[in-house]
Design a protein around this ligand. Sequence first.
Ligand code: ARG
Length: 583
Amino acid sequence: MGIFIKEQEQYLQKKLHDCGYDVEEVTLNISSRPEFGDYQYNGIMSLAKKYHKNPREIAEELLILLKKDDLYKDVNMAGPGFINITFSDEQLVKHMNELLQNIEINYTGIEPKKIFFDYGGANVAKALHVGHLRSANIGEALKRLCKSLGCNVMADAHLGDWGRPIGLVMLEIKKRKPSLPYFDTSFIGEYPEESPVTNADLMEIYPIASEKAKNDEIYMEEAREITAQFQNGDKGLTALWNQIMKVSKTDIKRIYDKLNTTFEIWEGESDGNRYVPELIEYLEEKNLIKESQGARIIEVQKADDDHEIPPLLLVKSNNSTSYETTDLACIWERMKLHNPDEIWYLTDSRQALHFEQTFRAARVSEIVKPETKLEFIPFGTMNGKDGKPFKTRDGGVMTLESLLTLAEEECEKKILPNITGEERKKVADQVSLAAVKYADLIPYRLTNYVFDPVKFSDLQGKTGPYLLYSTIRMKSLLKKATESVVEFKKITTIANEYDRAIMIGLLNINNVLMKSYKTKSLNEIAEHLYKITNLFNNFYSQNRILTEENAKVKESWLCLSRIVYENNLKLLNILGIDVPDRM
Ligand code: ARG
């Protein structure tokens, strides 16, 4: 029992070897022209170059051996030497029964590693925005994919709780309520138990403070000061920060929950920062810190760079630390506490330089082992219809929650009228999350796309709701079959082109998983789900499954439906999409 296509590839490799040709790897691709065969081998041409031979000649030699073995229903050559293979019914049936026993058999193919994920990054006291949606969707799905392939995975929410934004918020609170004890350096005694601000206050305060700082240099300077004062351990500001953290974290957790996004570790930039003193001591010992205009920096430029990489600013002249310092300290912490083989970071491409500097500093200082991989995994932006980053109607930044609401409103209209009350609310949440996640994951990771809630919530087409609707239909078919006491245990026959096409599609799962893993993009999985679901719907409309009179055919069809259903559940789960009971 193994990965069917892998076994076929190994078999072909052996046959080529028997013909006198050595190939490192044989890859079989699902055929784009099914009329020629199920799968295709396109490697003969490069083999011909290597052996200075006519590709058709090599193909002929291979065909003779393959035909002798008579494993396939058909094998032929097309064009300059493409090999087309059509599998036999016995081969397909055998593998389908293996899948029926254990849908997991295709979930292997990489060396299991320990991977640490960083795809949260919501900022305390600030609303989550669309960028956080993409990192959460892609990151969570990649984590689930790696886990399903046998990796040991963990993710840290890595809240933005340390930099200037938090200073800005504290400054604005100070301006509004200067008499609060947090700002009184001579205050002794207990700080109040109640938070001086609610989450709604914070949502209102940050944009105002940030706008003021942009237009008013004095205000900005005050913000820098209060940030440095806080970072250097001011007691009152730390107490205020704790209150802000409590209020904001509760809300951030609520939103990540809504997004089906989970973190094993709920730390923030501040947690990494606890390691800054020992990190600096270490860097000093390594002689890597330089003084520059009152600040302390690490040079990261390399001799063979073709563009300038500015030094990493470790400690500013006012003794505050930078975003880079925080990330470097976090790598230090993560290596010390978890020692992962790889760390995967997800943010949009605008943070490329930041990660380049940080990773370089981690390498020159040997904070990570040479074999530890640090991966920056950027993604494209979600745009509005005008092709620019998605905005509210009045041109403001769209918060993640208002974006979800837009999708919810659309999806709500599509749900059955007899679903009411609490269930209706829950189903609308699930369907809209499916709409948003699927639309977010189907483009290649680096591609920008346009947010279109009407299109995303359509029950037809490449959408999350279409997949949910179809998967629910599979489930109810299986339920009805079980209720009418049909036992279905084994596939014994292939009845027509419709069930056969599903089987050929299912053979491709491992390839799809591997491609998604290698490119760190979920588009292959999302496409595969659509393809299989479509094939299933075709099959379902062309055949009367429950009333089929031939018992063997009926049993085979029900078994196949179960495989598709389970496969859909598994892949939807990787994408972070839950399936409601009805919709
Ligand atoms: N808080 C950052 C932001 O909102 C994202 C953090 C990403 N992770 C990291 N380790 N820097 O842009």
